[in-house]
Design a protein around this ligand. Structure first.
Ligand code: AMP
Ligand code: GLY
Length: 415
């Protein structure tokens, strides 16, 4: 397992919970250390990753974050004959380049917002005139979650676009109105296998106020979706996208993250990512009822069959992210975290570590999104109650979390 966030801790937890595997996390974190052997390395360094995977004689490498994908780590491993769950750098451009993703979607007939890619101010003005407010302006390349602005304010839209036009292109997109859902697919380049839908909370504060973040919480499944949702997205979005990439000679082997908006005119893609989403993974994998190692290996080695499925518990899951004071702008780090054992003693609760470290003083926070509290239960009301009870037991000076995660699917909207 490459990576060090709560997503990677959740992957290691899922593998440890259901199978009898020897697990390595590189570099891992304070949470993975309990379940896997942490191996200190730079996960974007191709040579080091290949050498380490060879020395450890691993059967499979699972890549968590996008940076190693973009750096060509999957390509380097595959070249050495090492099975890897994660796309090539070229296929990962489905996440890294909005204009490439749009082009693939258009060729594949995949529903998405109308858009134009512009390279200068004149074309930008034309595109904004045509789209009208609210304006959706996206930097074309990877922008660490900061590249997208949705605004009614034309001047703000222009300022955002001009910043990114200095050294690249900008995509102006039709505003899509509806609920957002994330749905993940395992792919071996040809066949796709869906996981279960999740909803992510991207804004920092309750009621979707405040700045965009990496994600403040999630829940899975989404009971308000129509029953045919997963099969519709499989047939109309994931499979045609994978087929189109293969047709272009860039097979996508790994996890295709479909970021979707359910509009009154059907489900449309707002973005693809080339990796598991964070914090959706924490909720989705908490509900997996069997060992996923075999199916990840099948995906990595071109052996998925259309009859393959990932089985899920009937339990639901809620994930609430505990963030440091000042996150996302200027997170305070180095503060002590206490109470995690009491929190995890609650039935159905576990913690996925993200930015934590064990020190002589105890566990400390080392970054913005510190940890995810994950709670499962028979229904969302119970799962929320467990998650928030656990958070009340955890002490981190200045730490903050949203109180409204999964409120919309619960009978008890206040925590
Ligand atoms: P992205 O980085 O593409 O996921 O965009 C970040 C957030 O901006 C999304 O989660 C949406 O909430 C919002 N967004 C992106 N594209 C659109 C769109 N076309 N219409 C409305 N909201 C959007
Ligand atoms: N949850 C958003 C992402 O992983 O990109």
């Amino acid at each position: 397992m490459l990576g060090s966030g709560a997503r990677e801790h959740s992957l290691v937890l899922a593998l440890a919970r259901h199978g009898n595997h020897e697990l390595f996390a590189a570099p891992g974190n304070a949470g993975t250390a309990h379940l896997a052997e942490n191996v200190a390395l730079d996960p974007t360094n191709r040579e080091v990753v290949v050498r380490t995977a060879t020395e450890l004689a691993v059967d499979l490498v699972v890549i968590g974050p996008e940076a190693p994908l973009v750096a060509g780590v999957a390509d380097a491993l595959r070249k050495e004959g090492i099975a890897v769950f994660g796309p090539s750098a070229k296929a990962a451009a489905i996440e890294g380049s909005k204009s490439f993703a749009k082009d693939v979607m258009h060729s594949a007939g995949v529903p998405t917002g109308a858009s134009v890619t512009v390279s200068n101010r004149e074309l930008l003005d034309e595109a904004l005139d045509r789209s009208g407010a609210p304006y959706v302006v996206k930097a074309d390349g990877l922008a660490a979650g900061k590249g997208v602005l949705v605004t009614e304010d034309r001047e703000a839209a222009v300022a955002h676009a001009e910043y990114y036009l200095q050294d690249g292109e900008v995509v102006v997109e039709e505003f899509l109105d509806g609920d957002e859902v994330s749905l993940f697919f395992l792919s071996d380049g040809e066949t796709v296998v869906p996981l279960s839908p999740a909803q992510d909370y991207k804004r920092a504060f309750d009621g979707d106020e405040g700045p965009n973040t990496g994600g403040m919480g999630s829940y899975s499944p989404c009971p308000w979706l129509p029953e045919s949702f997963v099969s519709d997205v499989t047939e109309q979005i994931a499979q045609p996208t994978i087929d189109e990439l293969r047709r272009r000679g860039i097979p996508f082997v790994g996890l295709l993250y479909c970021g979707l908006i359910v509009t009154s005119k059907g489900t449309k893609v707002i973005e693809f990512n080339a990796r598991f989403g964070d914090p959706e993974t924490q909720a989705v994998l908490a509900r997996v009822s069997g060992d996923i190692a075999a199916i990840l290996l099948k995906a990595a080695t071109g052996k998925l069959e259309s009859s393959d499925t990932v089985a899920f518990d009937t339990d639901v899951a809620v994930t609430v992210v505990l963030a440091s004071e000042g996150y996302p702008a200027h997170p305070e780090t180095g503060r002590v975290i206490s109470g995690t054992s009491d929190a995890e003693a609650i039935d159905g609760v576990h913690i996925a570590h993200a930015a934590t470290a064990e020190t002589d003083e105890g566990l400390i926070a080392t970054g913005g999104r510190v940890l995810s509290v994950v709670a499962t239960a028979a229904d969302f009301t119970a799962a929320r109650a467990r998650a928030y009870e656990a958070l009340r037991k955890i002490d981190l000076e200045g730490g903050h979390y949203r109180r409204d995660i999964a409120a919309r699917v619960s009978d008890e909207p206040s925590s």
